[in-house]
Design a protein around this ligand. Structure first.
Ligand code: SF4
Length: 459
């Protein structure tokens, strides 16, 4: 597998910087195993985005795993569409294979469907209630159950069924947040004196930390309620053993027919462009607000352009650089990294082979976009096409009048370092690494939706 790229996809969030943490940790854990030539992450609501990610792959053989707990609307419709696959609908057990932009893409089912998830549930239950006795303990596997796709409950149901057969609990129930049987009915749906609730969720967030405890009246990991004991665990998706499940899923769905270990030629050419840009200027290279310069001790030094020359900067290791620069100086989440809010006060020291990864950690995918734009090969997606692709509660943006799209652009793009080519703006070619924006980002789509629904006032 050394000549293969593994891409891990997460949901991410416009609001919560911690939402991507689980994906980041699993990616790092797989990376440390050295099983793949590279491991990269991408998100629906953050950068690197699903639309950009395949261009980032070093190899032409790419395996893509959705780090989602259930199969459904996202894994069957949204993710394939955003990746540029033609597949729509439930996936066969081996996943699907398609060629996208010259790369062989193997798109697998989400990890939540794997039978080994029942072990992760057991591990979470044992953390919150180590001494459970089967005859006195009920297990509730708590799924989201959005109801949009009938398949979305299957992973939760199957995990509950396997645990029921395992006989480790007096009873096992699959209950849901947004559907019947509803988790708020746990007092009547379970009988054992102790109830262990394990959220079958991919990440820690608003639901697991706030709405579920508030709705159920839980005050911590263990709460006495109505004469019974309720133990509430952390979600399954953040457990370290999920990394093993991901690897087993890849192994189980692998075939031997596709082992081309070729490097992608566009990926290589973009790397050469960067190598030339960082070594040609005497004063280093500036990309957006980032400064990259050869360091007197050897290697390269990256920092905010306004911090050049400061001796009091904090060293940030390469593996932490993405998370570190994912928040502004005020602590705000930066889902789109080219907003003009790159934090200050840090530096990263990397060697020549790591400069590209460091640039990607700060500004994901900009190098690959700049390279293609320079060749005149960066596809630009005008707003009507982006709007037509939206579905679910975002479908209404198709009806947005031009002035609302222009308003969203004034609100967001004016504070962004990229130039929105999708809106017809022209990019100044003077920069060594220019920052084109070929299509409206998810933040802009969301802004248009909120303007339309009156959640944000028009000015
Ligand atoms: Fe930046 Fe606007 Fe492009 Fe979003 S749409 S990345 S805010 S230029």
């Amino acid at each position: 597998s050394a000549g293969r790229t593994l891409v891990l996809l997460g949901h991410g969030s416009h609001l919560n910087a911690d939402s991507a943490q689980a994906v980041r940790r699993h990616a790092q854990a797989v990376r440390e195993r050295g099983l793949f030539g590279e491991v990269i992450e991408a998100y629906w609501k953050e950068e690197p985005s699903l639309r950009q990610v395949l261009r980032l792959a070093r190899f032409r053989d790419v395996t893509v795993v959705p780090l989602f707990v259930s199969e459904g609307y996202f894994t069957n419709q949204v993710l394939p569409r955003e990746l540029g696959l033609t597949w729509r609908g439930p996936l066969p057990p081996q996943g699907v294979r398609e060629v996208v932009g010259g790369r062989q893409i193997h798109y697998t089912r989400p990890y939540g469907i794997h039978p080994a998830m029942s072990n992760v549930i057991l591990a979470r239950a044992a953390e919150v209630y180590p001494d459970w006795t089967p005859q006195d303990t009920a297990l509730v596997v708590l799924g989201h159950g959005t109801g949009r796709d009938p398949h979305s409950r299957e992973a939760t149901q199957h995990a509950a069924e396997r645990l029921r057969q395992g006989g480790r609990f007096a009873e096992v129930q699959a209950l849901y947040l947004d559907q019947e049987p509803n988790v708020s009915d746990w007092p009547s749906l379970t009988r054992a004196p102790t109830v262990v609730i394990v959220p079958f969720f991919a990440s820690e967030g608003w639901h697991t930390l706030e709405t579920i405890p508030a709705d159920l009246g839980l005050t911590g990991p263990v709460t006495r309620l109505g004469g019974r004991t309720v133990c509430y665990s952390r979600p399954v998706g953040t457990h370290p053993t999920v990394t093993e499940v991901v690897l087993r899923l890849v192994e189980d769905s692998a075939d031997t027919g596709n082992t081309a270990a070729d490097l992608d030629p566009d990926w290589q050419a973009a790397g050469e462009m960067l190598a030339q840009a960082v070594t040609s200027g005497a004063g280093g290279l500036t990309v957006g607000e980032l400064h990259i310069a050869a360091s007197p001790e050897g290697g390269f030094h990256l920092c905010h352009q306004d911090d050049v020359g400061r001796a009091d900067l904090r060293a940030v290791p390469l593996q932490d650089l993405s998370a570190w620069t994912g928040r502004s100086d005020e602590g705000h989440h930066r889902p789109i990294r080219t907003g003009r809010t790159l934090p200050r006060g840090w530096f990263a020291a990397v060697d020549a082979a790591e400069v590209r990864a460091a640039l990607h950690a700060v500004y994901p995918a900009v190098l690959e976009q700049a390279h293609l734009w320079g060749l005149g090969q960066l596809p630009v997606t005008p707003w009507p096409e982006t709007a037509a692709r939206q579905s679910g509660r975002y479908a209404r943006v198709r009806r947005a009048p031009p002035e609302q799209v222009a308003q969203a652009r004034r609100d967001l793009c004016s504070a962004c370092l990229r130039t929105p080519l999708w809106a017809g703006e022209l990019l100044d070619a003077a920069a060594a690494v220019p920052l084109p924006c070929p299509e409206a980002c998810t933040l802009l789509v969301s802004q248009v939706r909120q303007l339309l629904s009156g959640e944000i006032a028009h000015v």
